[in-house]
Design a protein around this ligand. Structure first.
Ligand code: ATP
Length: 236
């Protein structure tokens, strides 16, 4: 389980996170919701070791993560799919996936993981030898997810997987995430601009406003709350 307590992050004089506390239990999908600038990406980037925390604690399975470099966080079993996909456009689908396994050594096991990813994302197998830059936006998002899964993370963190995708494609990506969670018990921490879609696959949700958690609860309960529906889910 990932556990964050009283996390504060500053960018120079900007106080971006004001004492965030949250938990991601094993096997669950947890979503972080909130307007632009609320601090969602900063939270994921701090967990991933890309941003330094000024105060608070982050532990994973009881072990401290604060102060670790990003590759050390990955070795502990936490992978981040950053916003904007960032696949290697000149490398093929296969090469992108193999790069995701750089923390692993066993070639047979790596091949087996590739097969598993193709079972979830058959489109990637069809495009296996194509440069990633020739894939559509939705396919690149699937490749970015596949690459992160190649490290066999205990916790998969995803920043806005449906950004820039047509609604039908973003639904497709979220459905895949739910499938990976249900079939493999994959633990997921998800930031998603489409709050309603995120709530529909999540077990638990946290709502951030200007660097603070203002509301949290079981996704099923929150998504039925009138105030939440009006303020965050765009339902009137
Ligand atoms: P978005 O959906 O727009 O990415 P977010 O909820 O992920 O929003 P963050 O990107 O975490 O929000 O930003 C939180 C606050 O920190 C914002 O006020 C933002 O302007 C500021 N911020 C983020 N990154 C930096 C940085 N590298 N330098 C200075 N300020 C930053």
């Amino acid at each position: 389980m990932l556990e964050i307590k009283n996390l504060h992050v500053y960018y120079g004089g900007i106080h971006a996170l004001h004492g965030i506390s949250l938990r991601v239990p094993d096997g669950k999908i947890v979503t972080l919701l909130g307007a632009n600038g609320a601090g969602k990406s900063s939270t994921l980037r701090t967990i991933a070791g890309l941003v330094k925390a000024n105060e608070g604690s982050i532990t994973f399975d009881g072990q401290n993560l604060l102060g670790l470099k990003s590759f050390e966080v990955l070795r502990r079993g936490i992978a981040l799919v950053p916003e904007g996909r960032r696949v290697f456009v000149n490398l093929t689908v296969r090469e992108n996936l193999i790069l995701g396994a750089y923390t692993r050594n066993d070639k047979t096991e790596i091949r087996r993981s590739t097969e598993e990813i193709f079972a979830v994302f058959p489109r990637l197998e069809e495009r296996i030898n194509q440069p990633a830059g020739t894939l559509s936006g939705g396919e690149q998002q699937m490749l970015a997810l596949g690459r992160a899964l190649m490290s066999q993370p205990k916790l998969l963190m995803i920043d806005e997987p449906s950004l820039g995708l047509a609604p039908v494609l973003s639904q497709g990506v979220l459905k895949k995430l739910k499938e990976i969670n249900q079939n493999k018990g994959q633990t997921i921490l998800l930031i998603e601009q489409n709050a309603r879609a995120a709530m529909s696959i999540a077990d638990y949700a946290y709502i951030l406003e200007t660097g603070k958690i203002v509301l949290e609860g079981e996704a099923e309960v929150l998504s039925k709350d009138d105030q939440v529906r009006k303020s965050y889910l765009g339902v009137h």
